[in-house]
Design a protein around this ligand. Sequence first.
Ligand code: MG
Length: 258
Amino acid sequence: MSQRYVRVQATNGSIHYGLLQLSREVKVLDAPPWLKGHLTDLSLPADGYQLLAPCLPSKIVAVGKNYANHAAEMGTSMPSEPLLFLKPPTAVLAPQREILYPPQSQQVEYEGELALIIGQRCCNCSVAEAGDQIWGYTVANDVTARDLQRRDQQWTRAKGFDSFCPLGPWVVREISPSARLQTFINDDLQPVQSASIDQMAFGPEALVSYISQVMTLLPGDVILTGTPEGVGAVQPGDRIRVEIEGIGSLENPVVRRQ
Ligand code: MG
């Protein structure tokens, strides 16, 4: 199994980056791994921490309609170049924490996605250079208030609610280019989304290069690479689980925001 890089909160409240061991013990690093964090003498036992989202991005750059079958289910054609939008860093949510169903929406939907973690400052990089800027990969859920997305014509409100960007459970350095992404609701064995990530129209390197022509990407920034077909609504009380082969699974319950 590849090395799993986590961010955790210890029982005493302190927050650390670390390496997750098969025993579930976490060996603590003195800085984020993409900033060359080194191992310390500290380790946390399996019952001595909670997982947090694995990075703290300055921004989350997301890509709309990057799988042809999802563009088709939305009744739209594929864009000729990547369609970008931003989610605020305050939307980030840890594994197992609650997605808050806001009172402004009657149609909150999941979007399982592969997330890229940027390793170094990256501005105006070529496609050939872009691979070196991608430090690793994790799982994301681009939660969307679909009714507000339609009503507003643009996506800031629909995509930007607190808790609308579950990330995790950890970062790995490598994944198979044809890794399978699947989304499950509650205990259903049948996935609601199932696609190979090589069905993306614009691949990870093309996206990083394209975005870096617009805005400087910083270490720990997150790129959401788009969702395949099968998006659908959830209700308070549901649980959403997004799995990517070779990374792991990201599960979050949905609760009504009071
Ligand atoms: Mg999306």
